[in-house]
Design a protein around this ligand. Structure first.
Ligand code: NAP
Length: 295
């Protein structure tokens, strides 16, 4: 049988993404010999053990990475620098370090300088998820047909990048390489801004519900229900994403606000052509997503 990509893989953080990698690695084979699971939440670690997601369980990240030839950070991005300071002294020479964080320039900034010599760092971001968190939320098939974006270092080790690509491909994802700044701008518009809008609209509706004695939520229509699903996501993870992709997110928000103002003007002046054109364009975007199997 062919050698797996990693003999011993340490997954730091066993939430939605970490536990989906663990499940997929078990189900599809070829990725790992042994899985070490680490989470600083005792409840998450206990659930991971009950679900048999790994071969061993560690509450301390510095101990978990000892002897691992593969380490993947699967925790909220705001804690990466502190986590790296913890684990860096114990990373094995020749180990491959990767991550799944949703922002990539901040990861380069926070993790890059702390990677010890002899360790290969390959940042990555799977574009897959749900609004649920924790080890129970994971699914082996979460990454099937989705994209995993890699933002390799300029002078990084090509073999290490190929290993990370292979891992994501075994998990069912399509892979692409991107510059981290470009990644952050693209993801700001397709993921971070929609979440910001969802959190905001839910807050607005909730304020209005207070004024109108619950009628808004009671008669929630499907459009609003879709926003509440997006807005049910983890607060720590999303706080960290917003703060660590600040520039790109604010730029996209400014562009969106301009376009929303233009739509408001069209509504005010009864500009039917403008309104219809926007809706027709949006329907085309939805159709092309369905055609691309990304809906
Ligand atoms: P999650 O379900 O909230 O799980 C994260 C787990 O990591 C929690 O159990 C958390 O414990 C633990 N943790 C926090 N700091 C830790 C540390 N220093 N050492 C060990 N464990 C630690 O999160 P997730 O949704 O899997 O997201 C993880 C990462 O994937 C984030 O960087 C996110 O940006 C990225 N991502 C998420 C999605 C998505 O849709 N969810 C999609 C793509 C990428 P506590 O709860 O006690 O803090």
């Amino acid at each position: 049988m062919a050698e797996p990509i990693f003999k011993r893989l340490a997954l730091i953080g066993i939430g939605l993404i970490g536990s989906s990698i663990a499940r997929g690695a078990r189900e599809f084979g070829g990725i790992v010999g042994e899985i070490v699971i680490c989470d600083t939440s005792p409840e998450a670690l206990e659930r991971a053990a009950a679900l048999r997601l790994g071969d061993s369980y560690e509450a301390d990240p510095a101990s978990a990475v000892r002897g691992a030839d593969g380490v993947i950070l699967c925790t909220p991005v705001g804690g990466y620098a502190a986590l790296m300071r913890d684990i860096a002294p114990n990373l094995m020479a020749g180990a491959l370090l990767s991550d799944v964080g949703s922002t990539k320039e901040s990861v380069l900034r926070d993790v890059g300088p702390l990677v010890p010599d002899g360790v290969d760092f390959v940042p990555a971001h799977p574009i897959a998820g749900t609004e649920f968190s924790g080890p129970d939320a994971g699914q082996a098939g979460l990454f099937q047909g989705r994209w995993a974006l890699l933002t390799p270092l300029e002078r990084g080790n090509e073999d290490a990048v190929r290993k990370v690509e292979r891992m994501w491909q075994i998990l069912g994802a399509r892979t692409a390489r991107m510059d981290p700044a470009h990644h952050d701008r693209v993801i700001a518009i397709v993921s971070h801004l929609p979440h910001l809008i969802a959190f905001t609209i839910c807050g607005t509706a909730d304020d209005l519900a207070d004024e109108t004695k619950q009628e808004v939520l009671q008669f929630a229509a499907s459009g609003f229900r879709d926003f509440t699903r997006i807005a049910a996501s983890d607060p720590v993870m999303w706080r960290d994403i917003f703060l660590n992709n600040k520039d790109a997110l604010l730029e996209m928000l400014a562009r969106f606000s301009e376009d929303a103002q233009a739509m408001a003007r069209a509504v005010r002046w009864g500009d039917t052509a403008y309104i219809e054109d926007k809706i027709v364009r949006s329907r085309k975007i939805r159709k092309s997503l369905i055609d691309l199997n990304q809906a």
